[in-house]
Structure formats: C-alpha cells, structure tokens
Design a protein around this ligand. Structure first.
Ligand code: NDP
Length: 239
C-alpha cells in the first residue's frame, strides 16, 4: 500500500537518495528543501517538493499542512536534514554551536513532534532519524555536530518508549562517510585520513544509506525500535 512519506532535506545528497528509493517502492513521497529550486527529477518521480526551513516552527507547520492536503497524514518520517559548522572548540562560537544543534537536533524534534500527531491518531508510524558515526565516535573540530547527532540517539529511544504502544517505531541510522556535498567539502588530506580508518576502504554511496532506511520503514522491520543501525563500512564497529 502506498504510504505518505516525508523526507526532510530531500532535495540532494542522502535525503534525495532516500526519497528516490521510497518513491521507487511505491510510496507517495514529499521532500522538504530549504533553499534554491528543487531538482527537476523530483517532479518526474512524482515526488512533492515543499519549501521548509526546519529551524522555523511556522514553516514546519505550513509544510505539514501542504503535505497532508496532497498525500494525507505522514506515516513515514525520515528526519534527514542536517548541517555542519566545523571548528575547534576554542574557536567555536556560541552561534556555531547553537545553530547546528537548532537544525540537527531541535529541527528533528520539530518535525517528529508534528508527525507524531497523525501517527498517534492512526496508531501506526515509522520514524527514522539520520544521525552519524561521529555522534558516537566523536570527531575533533565537530563538537557541535557530534553533540547534535548523539542527542538524536537519546531522543529516538525516548520516542520509541513513548510511542511504541501505539504501533510507532523510531530508529536511528548512523551513516559513516558518504559521498555527498557535505563530504566533498573535506580536503584530500582529511579524506585520506578517514579512508585509513574505514575497514571497507571507501565512502558509502547515498543509495546504501537509503537501503537501510527503506528496511526500517518497511513491514519487515515492525519489531525494531530504539535501534541505532550503523551504515559506516565498519568505521564504528557497531559502536
Ligand atoms: P547535504 O549537505 O548534501 O544536504 C543537507 C540537506 O539538509 C539539504 O537538503 C539541505 O537543504 C538540508 N538542510 C540543511 N539545513 C536545513 C534546514 N535548516 N532546514 C531544512 N533543510 C535543511 O548533506 P548529506 O546529504 O550529506 O547529509 C544528510 C544527512 O546525513 C545530514 O543529517 C548529515 O548530517 C547526515 N550524515 C551525512 C554524512 C555524510 O558523509 N555525507 C555522514 C553521516 C551523516 P538545502 O539544499 O536547501 O541546503
């Protein structure tokens, strides 16, 4: 059956791969994008693109209304939108820290809270949060990002406990290094250093993250909740 799916930050990178994968499996998919124009391929795939900055609660509310009118209440939420603002601790400003937490953690809270309304009513739902290997391993220069991504784990496990009795699951996917704009910003030196730590010796393709998300969103994963699934080429060794 075709479900109403929302992927935040689905206009590029990992989010776009997830949106493609779920749309390909027959779901009615909506994505949010924050800036610019969404890629033309979305319309061809029947994916609805809704403008929304997840740091703004009013934009989140507007986006949900638009999606609900088009596809009905969101049954599968993939909270994927995220940012980095790397800096060593001594040079990290308050704004560097709070802006990353506001997008990655509080932004996720905003979209999950709003989605939970419809899910509670229908007594079913799938929530998947995109964290990072860095959330549990730590990463020099990414204290803000790692804190926000670690926060998602406690958040997801609390939601799993709160909403489990209503048939709603909440899980975390923790990707390692994935070939997207986010990692293309790294220097060759940084890339080489990372590769030296990854047992599989390569970056992930965004589609490989999408495969794990699609599984967690599927009926086959009905008894999995509160889990953190690493998709990291062995970098975190399952944490
Ligand atoms: P990209 O930088 O390629 O894309 C980030 C996405 O998030 C874009 O769609 C962007 O929208 C959106 N976004 C950022 N801020 C906001 C906001 N305030 N409101 C709404 N949307 C926003 O990143 P990736 O695809 O690489 O990453 C996706 C997720 O996966 C992130 O949460 C990231 O932390 C995580 N991740 C990525 C890894 C990697 O190696 N790439 C590894 C581990 C985790 P816009 O295009 O408008 O800017």
């Amino acid at each position: 059956m075709s479900r109403s799916v929302l992927v935040t930050g689905g206009n590029r990178g990992i989010g776009l791969a997830i949106a493609r994968s779920l749309a390909g499996a027959g779901d009615q998919v909506a994505v949010t994008y924050r800036s610019g124009e969404p890629p033309a391929e979305l319309a061809g795939l029947g994916i609805l693109a809704v403008k929304c900055d997840i740091t703004d609660p009013e934009q989140v509310e507007r986006a949900y209304k638009e999606i609900e009118e088009a596809h009905g209440p969101v049954q599968v939420l993939v909270a994927n939108a995220g940012v980095t603002r790397d800096q060593l601790l001594l040079r990290m400003s308050e704004e560097d820290f709070t802006s990353v937490v506001d997008t990655n953690l509080t932004g996720t809270f905003r979209v999950v809270k709003r989605a939970s309304r419809g899910m509670l009513r229908s007594r079913t739902g799938r929530i998947v949060l995109i964290s990072s290997v860095v959330g549990l391993l730590g990463s020099a220069g990414q204290a803000n990002y790692a804190a926000s991504k670690a926060g998602l784990v406690g958040f997801a496990r609390s939601i799993a406990r709160e909403l489990g009795s209503r048939g709603i699951t909440c899980n975390v996917v923790a990707p390692g290094f994935v070939d997207t704009d986010m990692t293309r910003a790294l220097s060759d030196e940084q890339r080489d250093a990372i590769m030296g730590q990854v047992p599989l010796g390569r970056y992930a393709d965004a589609g490989e993250i999408a495969s794990a998300v699609r599984f967690l969103a599927s009926d086959e994963a009905a008894y999995i909740t509160g889990a953190v699934i690493p998709v990291d080429g062995g970098l975190g060794m399952g944490h």
